[in-house]
Design a protein around this ligand. Structure first.
Ligand SMILES: [Zn+2]
Length: 404
């Protein structure tokens, strides 16, 4: 394949709290899915001229466009797509709850292979149209339809998919050295259910069965939510932070900024259908709101209320997550949580080229935003106001897999 270059505003977050590429042009050269060279500022201009003289295909991004690393969703349930948007007014547990009334019956319908294929195909398309290029996906308990989901991911060649068949009664992970994903300390009623069933918190149960693994790589454990986790239960496993569904089911919010500062790997998840939006832009917005809610909101019965011993100023700083920090969680933070930071999550030479090209507005939609604004404002507006209509093109492993 011939190399392709991208020249324009290419923004990423090389570490939590840092954002780069807003003030200067960047030139990325992509060959066989890999970023083979990367230049910024004046060097980008010079290399662009040389490449154009050599006849290399240089794609010039428009002023109203921003290229970001593809979004990484660290927690999503594909079998739950059909009831997205419903059931969030119920409690998580109990006979009338979200799981019993909505999740379990809908997941059971995935036993029928045709239904599963149709739902999973639609879910894949949805993710790509929202700029998600990698996802850690829950399938259902059914082996054949879970395999069909893997086949579909291979066929579509995007998004990158790590698929987990649901195993509710086996402890097979150590035998096969599998990556583990589950939910942990999600809500007060869920932690109480675990205590009734096992006599321990769910975090202690996972630990006793060897299902909490901190080491990076494919055999790591990624636990969703962890909102009600006690400090003593810090496991070393990665956390999939799902702020939108936490608002409905968790009776609290994850102190995400503090956890990241403590060195815990945290990615962002949509948690469809506990979260009603498959959009990682929506997840970023929810992460900011959830973090800020901790500045002024303590929930009776939550573990957080007992463990906080901070002054007001300390609490404000610890929970003042901003939208660019949320972008880190949606990209490099997610890659780190999944053990893939060596390959994905930011624009670096030798990393794979997974990217989403976002635009200010699209055809048929009034250009409501002014054009004389800084790139920082442009990106902030897209994160705070944008949706799938702002996604112009999506790339996985250097291939264009979605264009609108
Ligand atoms: Zn979930």
């Amino acid at each position: 394949m011939a190399p392709v270059a991208f020249y324009g505003t290419c923004v990423d977050t090389p570490k939590f709290g840092e954002i780069r590429g807003l003030e200067e042009r960047t030139l990325l050269v992509v060959l066989d899915g890999v970023i083979t060279s990367l230049h910024r500022g004046v060097a980008a201009d010079e290399h662009r001229r040389r490449l154009e003289e050599d006849g290399t295909d240089v794609r010039l991004l428009e002023d109203s466009e921003v290229l970001l690393p593809g979004f990484i969703d660290t927690h999503i349930h594909f079998p739950q797509f059909p009831f997205t948007g419903a059931g969030i007014d119920k409690p998580l547990m109990g006979q009338e709850g979200f799981l019993t009334s909505y999740a379990f019956p809908t997941e059971e319908s995935m036993a029928e292979l045709g239904t599963a294929r149709a739902v999973y195909g639609m879910a894949m398309e949805t993710l790509l149209s929202h700029g998600t290029t990698t996802a850690l996906i829950f399938a259902s308990i059914h082996s054949e339809s879970s395999k069909a989901l893997v086949d579909l991911a291979l066929q579509k060649q995007g998004p990158r998919a790590m698929v987990g068949k649901v195993c509710v009664d086996s402890d097979l992970a150590e035998k096969y050295n599998c990556m583990i994903q589950s939910h942990m300390s999600e809500s007060i009623d869920e932690v109480e259910f675990s205590a009734r069933l096992f006599g321990f918190s769910d975090a202690e149960v996972f630990s006793k069965f060897g299902l909490l693994r901190g080491k990076p790589g494919p055999a790591a454990a990624v636990m969703a939510h962890c909102v009600q986790m006690q400090k003593a239960e810090d496991s070393g496993a990665s956390i999939a932070h799902c702020p939108l569904s936490n608002f409905f089911f968790a009776h609290g919010a994850l102190p995400v900024k503090r956890l990241v500062r403590e060195g815990i790997k945290v990615g962002l998840g949509t948690d469809v259908a506990g979260g009603y939006s498959p959009s990682m832009l929506s997840a970023m917005r929810a992460a900011v709101l959830a973090s800020k809610s901790l500045q002024f909101r303590y929930v009776s019965g939550s573990s957080l209320a007992d463990t906080w011993r901070e002054s007001t100023e300390e609490a404000k700083d610890a929970h003042d997550l901003n939208h660019f920090e949320a972008l880190y969680l949606a990209t490099l933070g997610g890659a780190s949580a999944l053990g893939l930071a060596e390959h994905l999550g930011s624009f670096e030479e030798q990393k794979r080229f997974d990217a989403v090209l976002l635009r200010r507005s699209c055809e048929g939609r009034p250009p409501v935003w002014p054009t004389t604004e800084s790139k920082e404002d442009l990106l902030l507006k897209i994160i705070t106001l944008g949706d799938d209509r702002n996604v112009k093109e999506v790339f996985v492993d250097g291939r264009s897999v979605y264009r609108c």
